[in-house]
Design a protein around this ligand. Sequence first.
Ligand SMILES: C[S@@+](CC[C@H](N)C(=O)[O-])C[C@H]1O[C@@H](n2cnc3c(N)ncnc32)[C@H](O)[C@@H]1O
Length: 312
Amino acid sequence: MEFKHYSVMLKETVDGLNVKENGIYVDCTLGGAGHSTEILKRLKGTGRLIGIDQDADALEAAKERLKDFDNVTYVHSNFENIKEILKNEGIEKVDGILADLGVSSYQFDTPERGFSYRFDAPLDMRMNKESEISAYEIVNEYSEDKLFKVIRDYGEEKFAKNIAKHICMRRSEAPIKTTFELNEIIKAAIPAKMREKGGHPSKRTFQAIRIECNRELEVLENTLDDMIECLNDGGRLCIITFHSLEDRAVKNNFKTNENPCICPPSFPVCTCGRKPKGKIITRKPITASEEELEENSRSQSAKLRIFEKISE
Ligand SMILES: C[S@@+](CC[C@H](N)C(=O)[O-])C[C@H]1O[C@@H](n2cnc3c(N)ncnc32)[C@H](O)[C@@H]1O
């Protein structure tokens, strides 16, 4: 199957990285390599790109797409390991880091990966096929309360409680194995009148289970400081999020890194000694242009935030 993915805010993001010809850049979410291609076009000489993806299929597709470039290093890993990945490559600091979070259209559109409620497939949703926990374990083994909280928080689903209850009732008879079985359960848990609103009834629950399955929020929150630490003076970090909780995590992290001082406001001078790590380039997040929104519905919820490192 062809790797199809529309790169969100392509120009805005790569411009935001301020690419220097001879710099070293990390694409933490290589995917279809759309953003990476644009970065590579701007590199020359000793310029180099490290492309990370936890999905081996995405990495293979990216290798094919970027076969004409000889300055790319491909890493099959989770970007939460960024420090170790760079250390293994003998790189101390880089000039820019990009993360375009979430799943690619390719992953959604490949039925057997189990990401989509549109195809009947085993419940999976792992971006990394080697991870131990798949959507199956979440749906069949989480307590009702844990399921409720996942669906409520990551799915922002009003009927989370009822959906969790219905899942637990059904699985007490037999394990829930497929996306279409889950669709049926979700449908039954949402009042008919409400089902007509807000797109497919499974949309929010599937999103929630995917975020939990891939520890998406946890990984992001745990890695932002490391990413900033890995940057050279003047280096840029560009993050594209698709979920309000992710955007909030990025916004708060950037604020803390810009102003880490914890002295009470009444103190005339700082005594905590925490120095700013850089400055926020985007006071408000950048969102997709009208033209892009017309072409790609996925861009609708996308928010780009940029941070620039300064020496401490
Ligand atoms: C939205 S796509 C990126 C698309 C890419 N920017 C492009 O222009 O084609 C996200 C990709 O990042 C990968 N990914 C998501 N979270 C990751 C993580 N924590 N570590 C490594 N790869 C991750 C997914 O497997 C997927 O291939």
